[in-house]
Design a protein around this ligand. Structure first.
Ligand code: NAD
Ligand code: FE2
Length: 388
């Protein structure tokens, strides 16, 4: 067996209503005045006020930063840190999707240590310490509550990652009640993102490991069985709880067996057209799987029945194909666009996108099959037309 290391969040609380009961965890961590990081949409739908009220009722003094933008730019991180510094907060809590959680992670480092934002990018550049940190996801997607990663928008079309064990929070709180109002399209996109995390972790080239494998398989089972219900019947508590747990398990899988070409080819689509992260993954997933199948086919075959939920006849190749077909069908069932053309990506941009994707070597090295510029272009063309 390959030697491996597995890191995850020290405490994961999974209970309906748990977001209204954060005070005890705050006290245990020595937090009296947390910076609560969230976005304006969540404030508008009334998700944040009860959390703030419950903290205040318990005698804490929360300070709210509610200006997180999607795909958060550096200005958002710096503004949140400035508020936290001015208010002398002693901890950070995120209530939100990957955007809010990533901002809170970086702010905890900026306020708890001596480093500036520019010092943090890359792998293991964070020296710590950081402020105590609690993450409460409101989407079932990124798994950021259990990953050592924060993704920040650094330019007009570029994102950069900060990867460090310091970014793992002290506590992740999975409260599915917070996800009941997530609209169908967002549920579909973030859910497929989580499935991509599981699939890419399972085929990750260098750090694939037995713990990530188990988590990826269980994540896929939960996500595949529940995503249609969560999309079409959003108030279904069971489906929502299973999606949130599935996304968290997938997050733990890819935190330790990193994602690859799907994410590498998805990032330029997010950068240039501001398409949501999950949608960009969904748009390139089937074409990347077709491309990977000659090398990763055996592993894909192992996942087929987990996703289809029924016995698949035939040998390895049939199973591999069954998995790819099942993902195409699932993307269609949750009403996401099937092709780059449908998502209004200009055909004339595909060369430029392939060039940008090649810059994502950090991710491409994890792909089971080497990806050249010509390969990336061929994958984008297949994703544009929806051809296998
Ligand atoms: N840190 C990681 O490991 C990691 C992994 C993958 C992606 N990411 C990053 O995460 C970000 C994407 O996060 P995301 O997909 O969770 O979305 P998000 O945080 O960007 O939120 C998207 C939208 O959904 C809304 N929303 C969120 N929860 C809701 C709810 N319960 N009800 C109604 N509306 C709700 C928000 O208000 C927002 O408008 C990107 O910046 C991406 O790069 C990080
Ligand atoms: Fe992702």
């Amino acid at each position: 067996m390959q030697p491996f290391v597995f890191n995850t969040t020290a405490q994961i609380v999974c209970a309906p209503g748990a977001a209204l009961d954060l005070a005890a965890a705050c006290r245990r961590l020595g937090i009296g005045k947390p910076l609560l990081v969230t976005d304006p949409g969540l404030v508008a739908i009334g998700l944040v006020a009860p959390v703030v009220a419950s903290l205040a009722q318990a005698g804490l003094s929360p300070v709210v930063f509610d200006q997180v933008r999607e795909d958060p730019p550096e200005e958002t991180v710096l503004a949140a840190a400035e508020l936290g510094r001015a208010e002398r907060v002693d901890g950070a809590i995120a209530v939100g999707g990957g955007s809010s959680m990533d901002v809170a992670k970086v702010v905890a480092v900026l306020l708890g240590g001596e480093q500036g934002l520019a010092d943090l990018y890359g792998v293991d550049q964070v020296t710590g310490p950081r402020l105590p940190l609690l993450l409460v996801p409101t989407t079932a997607g990124t798994g950021s509550e259990v990953t050592p990663v924060a993704v920040i928008t650094t330019g007009a079309t570029t994102k950069a990652g900060i990867s460090s064990a310091w970014l793992l929070p002290d506590v992740a709180v999975l409260d599915a009640d917070l996800t009941l109002g997530l609209p169908p399209a967002a549920t579909a996109m973030t859910g497929v993102d989580a499935m991509v995390h599981a699939i890419e972790a399972y085929t990750s080239r260098h750090k694939k490991n037995p713990v990530s494998d188990i988590l990826a398989r269980q994540a896929l089972a939960l996500l595949a069985r529940n995503i249609r219900t969560a999309v079409h019947d959003g108030q279904n508590r069971d489906a929502r709880a299973n999606m949130l747990l599935g996304a968290c398990l997938a997050g733990q899988a890819f935190a330790n067996a990193p994602v690859a070409a799907v994410h590498a080819l998805a990032y330029p689509l997010g950068g240039h057209y501001h398409l949501p992260h999950g949608l960009t993954n969904s748009l390139v997933l089937p074409a990347v799987m077709d491309f990977n199948a000659p090398v990763a086919g055996e592993l894909y075959a192992e996942l087929a029945e987990i996703v289809t939920g029924e016995p698949v006849a035939g040998g390895g190749e049939a199973r591999t194909q069954a998995l790819i077909d099942a993902m195409r069908q699932l993307i269609s069932d949750v009403a996401l666009p099937a092709t780059l053309q449908q998502a209004r990506v200009p055909e004339g941009d595909l060369e430029m996108l392939a060039g940008d994707a090649m810059l994502q070597q950090r991710l491409l090295v994890n792909n089971p099959r080497d990806v050249t510029y010509d390969d990336a272009l061929a994958i984008y063309r297949a994703a544009y037309w929806g051809t296998a």
